[in-house]
Design a protein around this ligand. Structure first.
Ligand code: MN
Length: 727
């Protein structure tokens, strides 16, 4: 007890000073008694177990130390009453700090003891502060202490009441709050760091669509600084603001927004564009000319506060400008290629026409050569053996030259899209021809081929030459890209859709490696270099791209289906056609008795050696008289006046053409019934088709086979005889 009363102790010194301020020790003792005699107060204080209530006398010496105080501080009342001041229960360092703080605040020197605890209260100032109490076992705890001066009726201070609450829980909460705040700051820092470190362009907006944060890649993408971006409406930075709005709206509405393409507006906004928060206002103006803004694919997600309230939209953008630029370039290049292709097609048509012309010019002299050679060969008396051998050589070379001419023209014709001739074509027949052509190769490759039964007639509307090339090409590929012991399956099917012509489907399947989807997608591309185009596989000489084009020209489409490792099926459909009417047969016609009258034959021809050849040929037939004309008009006049039984008509004539001459003959009742046989160097199938359509009885191409020529003339004469008989 004596050491607690030591005058050197801070509590004692403080109490002494206050006692001095009260100026009367005797009065003090009297009021102490008064407090203690106030039973009601004492009871209330003592019964409060949750608050530490410590009452002191005017000097600070503890008089009341309630149950709450005993519980919190670990002292019994006997330990402290009349022995200690509250300063003895407090952290000395804190007391010193508080004394210094109060001294500075109030401009009075205040001692670091009890006085520091109650100084404000002693001046009538309500004082509540935090204090660290020291328990009996030396442990500490924070307390929130309210200090009140107790006064007697005369106003003199008779003591102090310190009511304290354990502040530990609050302190913990406070510490937790600080930790949370620090974590939140860290989190924000990390988020910021992540945002900055991201190479993706990122930004956030508030719920109204005003940009609230952004990163450097976004500045680069939109070509605006952070200051210009933040605070400005998102929509302001895009070529189509409505699309930008729609993107945010969809995100806010909870829709999945990804790969939403927005094109940035190209140039910097006005100077005042950086501080507005009103959407629409201060949008970057669009009048400055500039290149196209960058295109980007946007994804957007809403983000919410802890309470679930919408805080804004988080948006990320992936720049695809370069990709779009390359795509545009690709389109341009493809356009150029298509253009080049069209030019090439036009050139092909020109070449084809040129070659046809050349071929026609070659056929006339060749006709003379072959014709006279045949005349010698079949003359009476027959040529000597040596002569016959020479003639044989001339004929062989001549026919070979004709083959070469035909091949060149046919090849040029095939490449020319403009010259497609659609007619009922027997698919069965084409398949039979192709089957024969590919069998040796299939055997060499060890590939089996299965064709549909040959018996069924099947006609399609097609260009026969081209269709055969397409089928050959598909078969060649199916064999070339097959595996050993693989199989090629050819199938024909008929599809009917009401109101449309029936379609015939031809499919060619193989059991090869198959094609990857990427390769399959480009298989018909004209510039595909990945496979199945060109090379040894194409016996037919055309690639898949050309086949595709040809099928399209014939009103169909070539398709490919493939399973990697299992094989591919190429198929197309063409309109079905009715079997064409067979032309009237020549042979079974009744013959007119020979020599009944001498038959007259008119030959309209401008080429003298061809004229001479025919003259010599017909000289062998005694009952035929040949009359000739050098041009069409003369020929028509001669036909009217001479009424020949049959007319042979060249197509290329001075003045009107052979076809025009035919039309004149047909329109005149006097000549309408005379059979007219075309004799021409125009030997293309389309030329023949055209001629037959114009109304010729037959179409002979130069150079002609002598026997075939004579047979045709006979057929014409027989028809004429029939007509004469019907008259
Ligand atoms: Mn001619």
């Amino acid at each position: 007890m004596s050491e607690q009363q030591d005058p050197a102790s801070p509590g004692q010194a403080g109490a002494t000073a206050i006692a001095a301020a009260d100026s009367s020790a005797a009065a003090s003792a009297a009021t102490d008694a008064a407090i203690l005699s106030t039973g009601a107060l004492q009871n209330a204080i003592i019964q409060s177990a949750n608050f530490s209530s410590i009452a002191t006398d005017s000097r600070g010496v503890i008089q009341v130390f309630n149950i709450g105080a005993q519980r919190m501080l670990g002292y019994s009342a006997a330990d402290v009453v009349n022995r200690m001041t509250p300063a003895d229960l407090s952290d000395p360092g804190e007391l010193l700090e508080r004394a210094e703080f109060l001294s500075a605040e109030l401009g009075i020197a205040i001692a670091a003891g009890f006085e520091a605890l109650v100084f404000k209260a002693s001046r009538g100032i309500e004082d509540i502060y935090e204090l660290t109490y020291v328990r009996k076992d030396g442990s500490r705890f924070p307390a929130l202490v309210s200090v009140t001066a107790l006064r007697d009726p005369s106003g003199s201070t008779i003591g102090y009441l310190l009511i304290g609450t354990d502040n530990t829980a609050r302190k913990h909460a406070e510490a937790d709050r600080v930790t949370l705040e620090r974590r939140l700051r860290d989190q924000q820092f990390h988020t910021r760091f992540l945002t900055e470190a991201s190479t993706e362009a990122l930004l956030t907006t508030d719920p109204l669509g005003t940009i609230s944060a952004t990163n450097v890649p976004m500045e680069n993408l939109l070509q605006f600084s952070r200051n210009e971006l933040v605070g400005t409406a998102f929509r302001s930075f895009f070529a189509d603001p409505g699309q930008a709005d729609a993107c945010l709206e969809m995100a806010i509405g909870g829709g999945k927004v990804s790969d939403w393409e927005l094109v940035a507006k190209p140039q910097a906004p006005n100077a005042d564009a950086c501080s507005t928060d009103a959407p629409n206002a201060d949008a970057p103006s669009a009048d400055a000319p500039s290149a196209a803004g960058s295109a980007a694919l946007w994804s957007a997600h809403p983000f919410y506060g802890a309470g679930g309230e919408l805080q804004g939209v988080f948006a990320a953008a992936h720049d695809v400008s370069e990709l779009r630029r390359l795509e545009r370039r690709l389109e341009e290049v493809e356009g150029e290629l298509v253009h080049a292709g069209e030019s090439a097609k036009a050139a092909t048509v020109a070449v084809s026409d040129f070659l046809s012309g050349v071929a026609n010019k070659l056929r006339s002299p060749l006709n003379t050569i072959l014709g006279f050679a045949q005349l010698i060969d079949t003359d009476i008396p027959p040529p000597t053996l040596a002569q016959a051998a020479s003639v044989e050589q001339i004929l062989r070379a001549g026919w070979h030259l004709l083959e070469l001419i035909n091949e060149i023209v046919a090849r040029a014709d095939l490449e020319s899209d403009a010259l497609v001739l659609l007619e009922p074509t027997s698919l069965t027949e084409i398949l039979r021809e192709c089957h024969a052509a590919i069998l040796p190769r299939a055997r060499t490759n060890g590939v089996g081929v299965a064709f549909p039964p040959a018996g069924l007639p099947c006609f399609v509307l097609a260009d026969r030459t081209r269709l055969k090339h397409v089928v050959m090409s598909l078969l060649s590929n199916a064999i070339a890209y097959n595996k050993v012991n693989g199989q090629v399956v050819v199938a024909i099917g008929l599809t009917s859709v009401a109101g449309k012509p029936d379609r015939v489907r031809l499919s060619v399947g193989d059991t090869g490696m198959g094609l990857a989807p990427a390769m399959l997608a480009r298989i018909f591309h004209p510039f595909n270099t990945e496979g199945r185009v060109g090379g040894a596989a194409n016996i037919g000489g055309i690639g898949l791209a050309a086949s595709h084009r040809m099928v399209e020209l014939m009103g169909g489409a070539l398709h490919a289906e493939s399973t990697l490792g299992a094989g591919s099926v190429f198929w197309f459909e063409l309109d079905a056609a009715a079997e064409p009417q067979t032309p009237p047969s020549i042979a079974p016609l009744p013959t007119v008795p020979q020599g009944a009258h001498r038959r007259k034959l008119l030959y309209v021809e401008d080429n003298s050696s061809n004229l001479e050849l025919v003259e010599q040929l017909l000289a062998r037939v005694p009952d035929i008289r040949l009359i000739t004309a050098r041009d069409g008009r003369h020929g028509v006049l001669l036909a009217r006046s001479e009424q020949p039984d049959v007319i042979l008509m060249d197509i290329h004539l001075p003045g009107i053409s052979g076809i025009e001459a035919l039309q004149l003959l047909r329109s005149d009742l006097a000549t309408a019934r005379i059979p007219v046989i075309a004799v021409s160097g125009d030997a293309m199938p389309r030329d023949i088709q055209k001629g037959m359509k114009a109304g010729f009885f037959r179409y002979l191409t130069k150079p002609f086979d002598v026997r075939q020529f004579m047979e045709t003339v006979e057929a014409g004469l027989e028809l004429a005889g029939q007509k004469a008989g019907l008259k």
